[in-house]
Write a protein that binds this ligand. Structure first.
Ligand SMILES: [Fe+2]
Ligand SMILES: [Fe+2]
Length: 262
């Protein structure tokens, strides 16, 4: 994979977004929105906890895998970007008057399984969370009536879309010598875990999403479209993206990336 390209991307992206004023007034801070703010703060605080890790396991796995220094550097910058998401989410929770979390069962479960089975599985679990996050923030960003929170959602969606592409290159590079049967088996287990995670996220965050008019079906369709795009992108390098009715991944990324589209 072209790790140099990703180092360049992550470096350039460090200053590509201006943090909003979390203290600025807005109609979403009115008393009548208290219940939705409470639900949203609780939901975002769970995601904040998930983004707050130091990345020590993935960096160790990368070192042990014998990957080159460029990929190690790209992963370190990727981890830094996830930590930045944790800071942004803390700003969002603070704006909503919520409290950050120190523990959550989903976060503990994710970490436990992620750190057991080596680099490929570690990245798979991270990637599953990113595919779901892309749907979660993409849908919420359109519905939350608050410009600072919309801007933060758009920023996270933009970054996660690139993270998914970064991991897609990783999986392409390790699967390029596999037989189609092996790729198919890997894809089947990927989809099984993805569906499980998607159901758990809806159980935990569905009440919040529903409060903003986002139904189970809309969430499921968006998350699964991202999953399909990713899997086809791995299986058909250079051509998989175009198999989707919605256009290429790059085109779809454009759609979710511009704050004006939220
Ligand atoms: Fe993230
Ligand atoms: Fe990410």
């Amino acid at each position: 994979m072209n790790a140099g390209h990703w180092i360049e991307h992550f470096r350039q992206n460090q200053n590509a977004w201006t943090e909003p004023d979390w203290e600025s007034p807005g109609p979403f801070l009115a008393d009548e929105e208290l219940e939705r703010r409470r639900l949203l703060a609780d939901s975002l605080a769970t995601f904040q906890l998930g983004e707050s890790g130091g990345g020590s396991h993935i960096r160790r796995f990368v070192r042990q895998s014998g990957a080159g220094e460029d990929y190690q550097m790209a992963v370190a910058l990727f981890v830094r970007e996830e930590q930045r998401h944790s800071e942004i989410l803390a700003g969002m929770v603070g704006r909503l008057g919520g409290k950050l979390k120190r523990r959550h069962w989903a976060n503990s479960a994710f970490r436990l399984i992620r750190n057991r089975l080596g680099l490929g599985f570690n990245i798979q679990v991270l990637l599953t969370a990113e595919l779901i996050a892309e749907a979660y923030y993409g849908l919420l960003g359109r519905r939350i009536p608050d410009p600072p929170l919309q801007s933060a959602c758009a920023k996270i969606v933009r970054d996660e879309t690139k993270h998914i592409a970064f991991h897609r290159e990783f999986f392409r590079s390790i699967q390029r010598r596999w037989l189609p049967m092996a790729t198919g088996l890997w894809s089947a287990q990927f989809q099984t875990l993805f569906l499980f995670a998607e159901s758990l996220v809806w159980l935990d965050h569905g009440r919040c999403l529903r409060a903003f008019g986002i139904g189970r079906r809309e969430f499921r369709d968006r998350a699964r479209a991202g999953c399909r795009r990713f899997l086809f992108g791995v299986a058909f390098p250079g051509g998989g993206d175009g198999l989707f009715e919605g256009g290429s991944l790059a085109q779809n990324s454009e759609l979710v990336a511009k704050p004006g589209n939220l």
